[in-house]
Design a protein around this ligand. Structure first.
Ligand code: KG4
Length: 344
């Protein structure tokens, strides 16, 4: 009888400021190595040229470590999967070029991955053979990151429909900008999260959007936060220092409420009770708690990613590559990166 050959995928992620490589065997994660770039902290945001240069330095050692930790020889790889986009072009090019060269040298297929699809499919990463807590199709996924806020109807691994998305800023972007005006540094998400745990979520109210359907908007909230803060600072120059916990808690509460309202509506309208969350903002404790409350109140079966799969990581690229490999969905060597794209 013919023996089933292992399918071993190397995933590479370099869309923003994390260089990451992961190895997945038959859908089970063997390694996931990420080099983050502290160089941007001094600038209050990611500097594209510096990110690109850091990827250049990191990509070879990160891939080397991922293979070593997985105990996999490069000759055993079945394919190389890479993030094609969306992301910063200079950053993407490093991962794309490396993946092409590596796949060509090993004479194995190359698989392009949409970063957003990767975030959604992170819910299918198995850490061992007995890891079975995964959504079944169809399910809803709230994808919230620095660049996206979307409600996605996931019909299959390769069939996703965006039901709604932000018409201006993303949720993470709004959090980062508000935290910046409070002088809390970059990225603001983790700091706001920490402060919010000690504050009163109902201390202040900010403008909420009135947008039809499942679309989001966060730019009005950001402006409302900015103008309110400006007025309060006129009265008390130390307002931020005195009230940062309440400000963070109220901001987080407003954003989570905006996100959950539309998601609740989508769950109600579609009748789907399996609901997942993905992307960098899914690390937020207020949002995670809101998911748990909805599970208890509305009978949702919820899927919340481990913290290591909320931010950019190559494990999600490798698992997406695995499913595309099963479909023999390979890409040509002359494929170029794309900086902007939505889900296909
Ligand atoms: O998915 P991601 O790592 O990068 C992309 O945008 O693709 O998301 C980054 C975003 C940033 O806006 C960051 O502030 C936010 O996720 N974030 C958080 C938390 N951790 C990261 N937002 C709220 N609470 C957190 N704990």
């Amino acid at each position: 009888m013919e023996q089933r050959k292992d399918i071993i995928i190397l995933g590479i992620e370099s869309s923003c400021d994390d260089t990451s490589a992961a190895v997945i065997r038959n859908g089970v994660l063997l390694s996931n190595v990420t080099a983050s770039q502290a160089v941007h902290e001094a600038y209050g945001g990611v500097v594209p040229e510096l990110a690109s240069r850091a990827h250049q330095q990191n990509v070879v050692p990160v891939v080397d470590q991922a293979l070593k930790r997985a105990g996999v020889d490069k000759e055993a790889l079945s394919a190389v999967a890479f993030t094609r986009g969306p992301g910063l072009m200079g950053s993407l090019l490093v991962g794309v070029s490396f993946a092409k060269g590596f796949a060509r040298a090993l004479d194995i297929p190359l698989i392009d991955v949409n970063h957003l699809q990767g975030h959604v499919l992170a819910h299918f990463i198995k850490e061992d053979e007995n890891d079975h807590d995964q959504p079944s199709f169809p399910f809803l996924c709230l994808l919230v990151s620095g660049g996206n806020s979307q409600i996605i109807l996931v019909k299959a691994y390769n069939d996703m429909e965006v039901l709604g998305q932000t018409i201006d800023d993303a949720a993470g972007e709004a959090i980062d900008k508000c935290s910046k005006v409070m002088g809390l540094g970059y990225p603001g998400g983790p700091v706001i999260d920490r402060l919010a745990r000690q504050g009163n979520p109902l201390a202040y109210t900010f403008a909420r959007p009135h947008i039809a359907g499942y679309d989001y908007s966060f730019s009005g909230l950001k402006t409302s936060f900015l103008y309110s803060l400006r007025d309060w600072l006129k009265e008390d120059p130390d307002f931020i220092a005195h009230h940062k916990e309440d400000l963070a808690a109220s901001l987080e509460h407003t954003i989570v409420d905006i996100l959950m309202r539309k998601l609740r509506q989508a769950a109600k309208d579609t009748g789907i009770r399996q609901v997942a969350v993905a992307g960098g903002v899914s690390a937020n404790n207020g949002l995670r708690n809101a998911f748990r409350e909805h599970a208890a109140k509305y009978g949702w079966h919820i899927f919340i990613p481990k913290f290591s799969y909320t931010t950019d990581n190559a494990a999600m690229i490798a698992i997406t590559g695995y499913f595309k490999y099963l479909d023999k969905d390979f890409c040509p060597i002359d494929l170029s990166a794309y900086s902007r794209v939505t889900l296909k």
